[in-house]
Design a binder for this molecule. Sequence first.
Ligand SMILES: NC(=O)C1=CN([C@@H]2O[C@H](COP(=O)(O)OP(=O)(O)OC[C@H]3O[C@@H](n4cnc5c(N)ncnc54)[C@H](OP(=O)(O)O)[C@@H]3O)[C@@H](O)[C@H]2O)[C@@H](O)CC1
Ligand SMILES: [K+]
Length: 512
Amino acid sequence: MRNELLSPAEMAEADRLAIAAGPLDGYGLMQRAGEAVAAMVLARYPAAKKVHVLCGPGNNGGDGYVVARLLAEAGVDVELWAEGKQKPGSDAALASEACNLPVNHIGHCYPEAGDVVVDALYGAGLSKDISQHALAVSGVSSAERVPVISIDLPSGVSGETGQMRGHFDAAVTVTFARKKPGHLLMPGRRVCGEIIVADIGIPDSIIDQLKITTFENTPDLWLRWYFPRTAIDAHKYKRGHVAVFSGGSSATGAARLSALAAARTGAGAVTVLSPGNAMQVNAAHLTSIMLRKADTIEDIAEYLAERQPSAFVLGPGFGIGERARAFALRLLQQNRVYDYDRGIELWGIVLDADGLTSFRDNPDTLFEASHRALAPPLVFTPHEGEFARLFPDIARSKKQSKLAKARAAAQRANAVIVYKGADTVIAAPDGHAAINANGAPWLATAGSGDVLAGIIAGLLAQGMPPFKAACAGVWIHAEAGRRFGPGMIAEDLPLAIVPVLHELIENQPDLR
Ligand SMILES: NC(=O)C1=CN([C@@H]2O[C@H](COP(=O)(O)OP(=O)(O)OC[C@H]3O[C@@H](n4cnc5c(N)ncnc54)[C@H](OP(=O)(O)O)[C@@H]3O)[C@@H](O)[C@H]2O)[C@@H](O)CC1
Ligand SMILES: [K+]
């Protein structure tokens, strides 16, 4: 897999292992890094009037000296600008010695329209805010529309968290071996431009040794082994039965959106569980989706015994309060069911929106229930506000990245957490996590989250493991929204996922 995301510490470990295994030493890796960037600059900007290379004191700057030397050798007009003191004898010092160009202080750098800037100030070793001089060059570059090529990361962006300490706005970021979380987490992602991952000679076998648990959410993560295969003899209930709880008579649309999405995702049967006072309005709007009255805990118990549904959605439009808490805790009393023949978990619960907010005053009652040994798999789908209500202390942390927060929450809740946003993070209680990157702004529309909850439930119902179902659901939902484009409303989404599903299945020969 090439979708692992390496933290700066993991990347340093990969470098260390690669150097120990040979044949390249640190200086050799730096040459390869510089070659990749120089080749990219030559290919993309053959008509650049001048290339300004900004070098910091560490190895990011070292890469910059290699780029400057190679571009000058290729006949490009190169000017070198530096700040900070190099460590004598470091790879960066060797790279600067090998580069014979004059070095100017960065405070005098004024790029002009038609030039290109190579930003080799700070990468993995960023440890403080970037200087006023660096910020000034960044500002002039933006004002003059001078493209910035950032090495490893736009200087000022943390590779670990995506947080920024001043920044460059890159047109292209060239990173090495694998992407880093900071390339995908906001706000860093916004300033990376196009991200190119260059091979500098660190083999996959070295990355494998690191046992990475953070990934970019791409189909590689879940399509081949885990995506539901519709068996030829599939009976509708074998393809899973999803139940979605509806709100009262004036708030039923959200549940129907979830229900429709679950059905489109391939669940064989879907039922809306409705309060008595909303039966009529739900009945007026449902056709293939079934409807059943569920006002009380007894109604739910009866339904569970009779129909053995395989996934629930509780929360969209449901209403905040005691009823939501009681229903959620009742579902959590059911034991998980494992189908040993098919090797799949038979059911799970997606808790969204009001289903989460209802526990804001006493989240521990929810977490105690979810930690019971036989409790069914749980997926929470909070946006930022809901996350803060359920995990206030984690949400407040200034130090932790969104990735770390989602992981901490997943452990505490013993649930898969889908921490939504432009950079949705999916985290499992066992520490596995993925960052989604195929979203689009049009997904931020009312009802979009209800559809996502339904897609995930549809996948859970078909036996997909909860973390994989959540990852696949987020990706499919985002892909459908991205392809639909401007003008999309949530009602469009359940149908828009269909071509995405077709393509996923067609692209996997062993899934046909
Ligand atoms: N390892 C390898 O084999 C390979 C690594 N490669 C490359 O190395 C890069 C990582 O190199 P690195 O670890 O030297 O860190 P780097 O980002 O250059 O910064 C550290 C220096 O900057 C300083 N500093 C930090 N922030 C600052 C600020 N805001 N303002 C001012 N100063 C600041 C910091 O100071 P200190 O924290 O020590 O006070 C220290 O002196 C990586 O991104 C990739 O490009 C490739 O060549 C492939 C092979
Ligand atoms: K940089």
